[in-house]
Ligand binder design. Structure first.
Ligand code: UDP
Length: 253
């Protein structure tokens, strides 16, 4: 997709996105790349069309959060691959919420895949690729001093609100939100907002259709992690389903 007008310097390049400056104070442009990575980038591929799908899916989900009064960095779409967002300082904590057991928790604890977790489990990880994003304990988080107790409480409350809203939204799209990761940021005014992306790269999503088999139900990055094939087809199905919800991402002008 063509680069939108008015894009400035590259500020940061991550595994799946590039963040650029814009001519507007406090506004950045996020470009979603086709690169796919898993296992801390030990597996890599180019999946044509993934950037567009994740950008559009994330825009719909940020709209759903904003409609519920949940603050995010999202400002609107620049085009199908590019999103405008408020410039924020990312807090180096990955917040994971698990509604069902899958992935790492099933390797680390005696819990069978797909077990419903009630109340949902909230896990915090220290965001650092060089350290493989280690799981944080309360004591380790306090020792690191990245956030205050009050901020930590605010982060957890916000993440649980995000989970409630996303679960409802996906349920309307006949999708089960198994787990997801979000990142939070602080605006220059000190407001805590949901940042980064929410997409099948960062969520586990299973079709709620009762007759499909376990692997066919997977519509997220596990298709890439586990070499199940049809990654782009699955992400396309997620986009199709969220597009049917009438959320209408706003073009950013
Ligand atoms: N996740 C993510 N980025 C990470 C780690 C996890 O987006 O660096 C997401 C992942 O896609 C899943 C949830 O967070 O939806 C929980 O991931 P888990 O701890 O099971 O790790 P995994 O086994 O997927 O590496």
């Amino acid at each position: 997709m063509a680069r939108p007008a008015d894009i400035g310097d590259l500020l940061y390049e991550g595994k799946a996105k590039r963040i650029h400056a814009t001519s507007r104070e406090g506004v950045v442009a996020i470009e979603f790349k086709d690169a796919a990575t898993a296992f801390n980038a030990r597996r890599r591929a180019e999946l044509q069309g993934k950037g567009r799908l994740n950008c559009l899916i994330a825009a719909h989900l940020f709209e759903a959060l904003e409609q519920a009064g949940i603050p995010t960095h999202y400002l609107g779409l620049l085009n199908d691959n590019w999103m405008a967002a408020r410039a924020v300082e990312i807090i180096p904590i990955e917040v994971v919420i698990r509604n069902r057991a899958a992935g790492s928790i099933c390797k680390q604890l005696p819990i069978a895949p797909a077990t419903l977790i009630e109340p949902p489990l909230l896990d915090l990880y220290y965001k650092d690729d060089a350290l493989d994003d280690p799981l944080l304990s309360d004591a380790r988080l306090t020792m690191l001093g990245i956030v205050s107790e009050v901020q930590r409480h605010a982060i957890e409350c916000l993440a649980r609100r995000v989970n409630d809203r996303l679960r409802q939204t996906f349920a309307r799209a006949r999708l089960d939100l198994v787990d997801f990761k979000i990142e939070l940021g602080l605006t220059p005014q000190g407001q805590l907002v949901v940042a980064d992306e929410i997409s099948p790269d960062s969520c586990r999503l299973w079709k709620l259709d009762p007759d499909s088999d376990a692997n066919d139900r997977i519509l997220d990055k596990d298709r890439f992690r586990r070499n199940l094939g049809n990654v782009i087809k699955a992400y396309g199905e997620v986009l199709k389903r969220v597009q049917e919800l009438g959320l209408h991402p706003t073009p950013y002008r």
